[in-house]
Design a protein around this ligand. Structure first.
Ligand code: PLP
Ligand code: COI
Length: 341
């Protein structure tokens, strides 16, 4: 076997079918033993719970080729436990966390030829998800579910790679207080499609959502958490019960404190404070750390001193350290890197 003939350096964040994916079905109160399959199609009832009432959740994580040629994943245990949280909130059966990690291992190993080479700028994105599969017509949870996990090689989430992006303050809300913003439910993304397309039509790359109750605090974007850097080099990241607990953000907080010796504040961030920051970035599995150069607040522009050409210096250090850990150039904290090959 050898690497697929793919133009790794020019990949975007898109889907291409790979050789194998993992499937397990839940029926009569139990998960079956699961297996890899070549079949990329899903066949379900026209009345499946997922199609009627959006009973579905997902995860996102990546596999990397390290500098010394191994294939690894980054903190898959945290994706497993977050998916379990999502399932519980959506009245779905939990796919056992150790089986989730095992499925990730199997899918990556079976598609090793699709893992982009070290230094190509691309990675293998893994998408675990589950959905209610049997007919449901009254509003209630399904009785049967399918867990699937496929992978696809990807390039940068925002076109332009690590060039700073421009975002707008959004007038739509992403997540209600006491709602589902803290889990990775498909429904959170369905409601963001109109706002993101509107943002694109207006020439912006992403939306900054504010808290739905008061519209005064920064929440997150449609697919990433925020990181800010103050003028004296403190990393500030919004704390909220209605944002997704990003694994990248949690990792960067640790990296900032323990690798870079920076001060970190996880707290509510009033939007009014944003214009005082020196740097801004979006962090997530897909986004990695994408620098934000400008925020448009209903025509009023906030331009960060880091500008539209390059990442700010602290953002760059965080980026280099995190990707250094993921690609094996820097020693990782215990348990962060899972070697597959
Ligand atoms: N926030 C949202 C809404 C997301 O979809 C994601 C992506 O998973 C994140 C934040 C970042 O989370 P993570 O770093 O775990 O990928
Ligand atoms: C991820 O970063 O894994 C996500 O799920 C975000 C999504 C917008 C692609």
């Amino acid at each position: 076997m050898s690497k697929k003939d793919i133009d790794w350096g020019n990949l975007t964040f898109g889907y291409m079918p790979t050789d194998k994916r993992y499937v397990s079905n839940f029926k009569d109160g139990a998960w079956d033993e699961g297996c890899l399959t070549e079949d990329s199609n899903v066949v379900i009832s026209e009345c499946a719970g997922v199609l009627q009432y959006a009973q579905t959740c997902f995860e996102g994580l990546k596999a990397y080729t390290t500098e010394d040629g191994h294939i690894v994943t980054f903190r898959p245990d945290l994706n497993a436990s977050r998916m379990a949280d999502s399932a519980r909130r959506l009245e779905m059966p939990v796919f056992p966390e150790e089986r989730f990690i095992e499925a990730v291992d199997q899918v990556v190993a079976a598609n090793a030829d699709f893992v982009p080479p070290y230094g190509s700028g691309a990675t293998l994105y893994l998408r675990p998800y589950m959905f209610g599969s049997n007919p449901v017509i009254g509003v209630k949870p399904a009785d049967e579910y399918q867990f699937r996990l496929f992978c696809t090689p990807v390039g940068p989430y925002f076109k332009g790679g690590v060039k700073p992006i421009t975002i707008r303050v959004c007038d739509y809300d992403r997540a209600a207080p006491h709602g589902t913003g803290h889990i990775k439910a498909g429904l959170n993304y369905a409601m963001s499609l109109y706002p993101i397309m509107e943002a694109h039509r207006q020439g912006f790359d992403e939306n900054m959502y504010l808290d739905a109750a008061t519209r005064t605090y920064v929440e997150e974007t449609g697919g990433a958490n925020f990181l800010f850097v103050t003028k004296d080099g403190t990393v500030v990241t919004p704390k909220s019960d209605s944002i997704l607990p990003s694994i990248t953000r949690r990792s960067l907080v640790y990296v900032a404190e323990h690798y870079l010796g920076l001060k970190v504040e996880e707290r509510k961030v009033p939007f009014a404070e944003v214009s005082e920051f020196a740097e801004c970035g979006l962090c997530g599995t897909a986004a990695v750390i994408s620098p934000v150069g400008k925020i448009n607040d209903h025509g009023k522009e906030i331009t960060f001193p880091s500008g539209m050409e390059d990442m700010g210096p602290v953002t760059k250090k965080l980026y280099d350290t995190l990707t250094g850990i993921q690609m094996g150039r820097l020693e990782a904290p215990e348990g962060w890197i899972r070697r597959i090959k």
